[in-house]
Design a protein around this ligand. Structure first.
Ligand code: FPP
Length: 238
């Protein structure tokens, strides 16, 4: 079976899962965090090199204040509780998105775990926080412009590879597979540039129920795809 190097997931359906079970939305997010734990450990076991999870978008600030602060609390707790599992399994912790807008105590925990895991090499575990692909691209354009003005690069040197190196994902491998749970068929501003040649997998399963068996189904589907990157089948098979 071909295992994708980099899997990215839009973890959708926590709210609906909670509603179905007669619980508050935050309960659904907490069960979603349990799924994160299971999928991360399994990814490491299967030899996946990078896992990126869409945990909080630039638009999620518009949710009720109670849900936003609840999510921030859950993230902080996750970072605290999972620290030793990540380090013991040689997993490097990263984020994409503009984390400067997050609560101060969460930023401190994030940076502390990033530092502590910076030597880990077996897998990158990356959480998208205050992330939006359009925002990421605009921030990259600003950095490119500023480097031109500072004389570090010239506009003639800009190509896809160089631009890629200005994105939040610069240190991660290409995104092979994007999964979205809960029966929604949208990208919702997730990895718009990086997803140009990614394979997609959509499932009706709500994120808290997306456990080992479901993840294996997604990987099995991926391994049957022929990735042509614009070429013909004959060229690929040669
Ligand atoms: C989308 O489902 C989910 C989110 C906006 C948050 C995802 C967060 C977690 C799983 C919690 C912890 C994360 C980590 C990385 C530890 P939704 O609530 O919009 O679902 P709905 O469409 O059914 O309402």
């Amino acid at each position: 079976m071909t295992v994708p190097q980099h899997v990215a997931i839009i973890m959708d359906g926590n709210g609906r899962w909670a509603q179905k079970n007669g619980k508050p939305r935050l309960w659904g997010h907490a069960r979603g965090a349990d799924t994160v734990r299971e999928i991360t450990t399994l990814s490491r076991k299967l030899g996946i090199k990078a896992l990126t999870l869409y945990a909080f978008s630039t638009k999620n600030w518009d949710r009720p204040e109670e849900e936003v602060s609840g999510l921030m609390g859950l993230l902080k707790e996750y970072i605290r509780k999972e620290r030793s599992t990540l380090l013991d399994n040689d997993i490097r912790f990263r984020t994409i998105g503009n984390i400067s807008k997050l609560p101060e105590d969460l930023i401190t925990s994030i940076n502390e775990l990033k530092d502590a895991s910076s030597h880990c090499k077996s897998m990158d575990f990356c959480i998208a926080l205050n992330y939006g692909a359009r925002d990421e691209i605009v921030r990259a354009v600003k950095k490119v412009t500023s480097d031109i003005l500072d004389g570090k690069i010239t506009h003639e040197t800009i190509d896809e590879k160089l631009f890629d190196s200005y994105l939040d994902t610069a240190c991660l491998p290409p995104v092979d597979l994007i999964i979205r749970t809960s029966g929604e068929f949208r990208l919702s501003d997730f990895l718009l540039w990086q997803g140009a040649y990614s394979e997609f997998y959509f499932t009706e399963t709500l994120w808290p129920d997306f456990r080992e068996e479901e993840f294996r189904k997604a990987l099995a589907s991926y391994s049957q795809r022929e990735r042509r990157f614009g070429k013909t089948s004959d060229q690929i098979r040669k």
